[in-house]
Design a protein around this ligand. Structure first.
Ligand SMILES: [Zn+2]
Length: 306
């Protein structure tokens, strides 16, 4: 081997090793683990807390582990990730964005509240100001004093975990609503099939929000959702979109097409904007119908607010 060829070969080799190391580092972002306490658990994923005297995470961890086993089997992988439980007062130090306690996921981390989430406190306060007959349906599910963390943490943590299965291979979906639909369909499928005792916790609060109508939503088109997403919509308006997607997810999974989640995951990954041009709505609709299922393309066509 000539010297220059050898140098070239070594350069390529070093480059490959570095890329591989970077790939591993990039997936689980450990920079936000600094200062947290690691808990010993029976599970394969790492669990970190900002305070180990608050013991509120056992049930959530058990659910996350069952969901991991369910998703791993379905998507034929063994996903590595870390779960972080953060107190509200430390939220801004560790989480990617506010509000404190609202589940979020990114870069291999699922970030959850450790104490009562700010979002639950605010929504509960709003609800109990209404005449009791409006919200009495919540009591049998969320307790006499209405604990919405059962919904916001126990249920939505599964939605966030599902996001990591596509984030691992692409974080720029053709449309945000598609990735939200995927996470919600995955959550719904898991809870319906493997954690049915949580079904009412997942389903009752959305039903309550739907019953109260559209008045909390200033923006209602899918285009609005793409443009504004989390940061530029009020929490109530963002929730309105999520609940519309929940209704769609529910009817798609209930109709029983078994492999649709796998197809949707592959579609998100294969059409990721890091490797593809943006599809127009009509191109997207055609490809969704062909590659995933007509019921997904129909959401785009039938969205009632144009
Ligand atoms: Zn989401």
């Amino acid at each position: 081997m000539k010297k220059s060829t050898f140098t070239h070969f070594i350069a390529i080799l070093i480059c490959c090793i570095t890329m591989q190391l970077q790939g591993q580092e990039i997936w689980i972002d450990t920079s936000i683990h600094r200062g947290l306490i690691e808990l010993e658990t029976d599970y394969s994923f790492k669990t970190l807390v900002s305070n180990d005297s608050l013991k509120t995470q056992e049930e959530t961890l058990r659910n996350l582990n069952s969901a991991k086993l369910y998703f791993d089997k379905m998507f034929q992988t063994d996903l590595e990730f870390a779960v972080l439980f953060i107190e509200n007062k430390a939220w801004s130090e560790y989480a990617y964005f506010p509000p404190p306690g609202l589940p979020q996921a990114g870069n291999g981390n699922v970030i959850l509240g450790l104490d009562k989430s700010v979002i639950s406190k605010e929504v509960e306060k709003m609800i109990i100001q209404l005449p009791e007959h409006y919200w009495s349906s919540l009591k049998p599910v969320y307790g006499e004093h209405i604990d919405l963390d059962l919904f916001y943490r126990e249920t939505l943590s599964i939605h966030e975990l599902a996001h990591l299965y596509h984030f691992k291979q692409g974080t720029q979906p053709q449309r945000k609503w598609l990735q939200e639909l995927f996470a919600t369909m995955s959550m719904y499928s898991f809870i319906k099939n493997k954690s049915n005792s949580s079904y009412e916790i997942m389903d009752t609060y959305p039903a309550f929000v739907i019953k109260s109508g559209d008045r909390m939503a200033e923006f209602k088109t899918l285009k609005d959702f793409e443009e504004k997403y989390v940061q530029k919509l009020t929490p109530q308006n963002y929730e309105w979109f999520q609940i519309q997607l929940y209704q769609n997810a529910k009817s798609i999974i209930d109709s029983g097409t078994s492999d649709i989640l796998i197809k949707l995951l592959n579609f998100l990954i294969n059409t990721d904007l890091s490797k593809n041009d943006k599809l127009s709505d009509s191109e997207l609709s055609t490809r969704l119908e062909k590659e995933v299922g007509k019921e997904i393309a129909d959401i785009l066509t039938n969205w009632k607010n144009k």
